[in-house]
Write a protein that binds this ligand. Sequence first.
Ligand code: CP
Length: 308
Amino acid sequence: HRHLLGIDGLTRDEISGLLDLSESYIDRMRQKEKGSLLLGCTVMNLFFENSTRTRTSFELAAKRLGGDVINMQVQASSIKKGETLLDTAITLNAMHPDVLVVRHPDSGAVNLLSQKVDCAVINAGDGSHEHPTQALLDALTIRGRRGRLEGLIVAICGDILHSRVARSNIHLLTTMGATVRVIAPPTLLPGAIEKLGVKAFTDMRKGLDGADIVMMLRLQTERMQGSYVPSIREYFRFFGLDYDKLGSAKPDALIMHPGPMNRGVEIDSEVADDIGRSAIREQVEMGVAVRMACLDLLTRKLRDNLGS
Ligand code: CP
């Protein structure tokens, strides 16, 4: 593949290969080793939505591999003068970047952009469609803690309707042989979600029953214009992860959250900070290793052509 636009369509072997490569970067990432693999390569970050983890970790990953990084300031760019997404992409492409890392609020926008440029494109999240590197870092975290993905029961809870993280995780985890459940209020549960091979629940305790992994999601209020927004107090009561509801999952169930977290909304602060059971900080750490692996893989052809 020239681009990484989504998990949907990747084979089990391709996912395993990406996770193995990511694993091989964990030690080098922890030791802050400065490599030269991407020497001469330019990575451009183009984020039309806010980000803390994804943008920073792509920059860190590229720099650790010796690449040059440009962070496009969308707020200060000519997009504010009316330049379209595609014209912006074609303009940046004319400067010969090797990788464009793109986040956009519209589902499908990154895919469209990838058809107009010569370089590799990585989807850093498009609307409610996909966020492939998030699913890869989640899988790497689970594999690190449990040694496998196959056979695990993973419960993804919260705003499934608007979540690209849920979609990418569903594709990855079902492909790798995990059992995936989604738990949400009926208003935040897409009608056809079970067609993706998951079982849907609207009762948190039933959905968490016997789960190995509990993955919490933020309410994406920015995508709820004009639609029903639950009251925070009511939402926490029925769908917020506290120790009481967590009691339905396996006693050693792993707690995960892609971030950003809204404490007291979808997750109780104490649960989020549970040192033994929460893998939230580890997810962020694994994000750097996964992004190093993705940049490595997608620039291989280019580096082969350069004879390096
Ligand atoms: N999980 C995630 O994508 O976080 P950011 O929005 O901070 O990048």
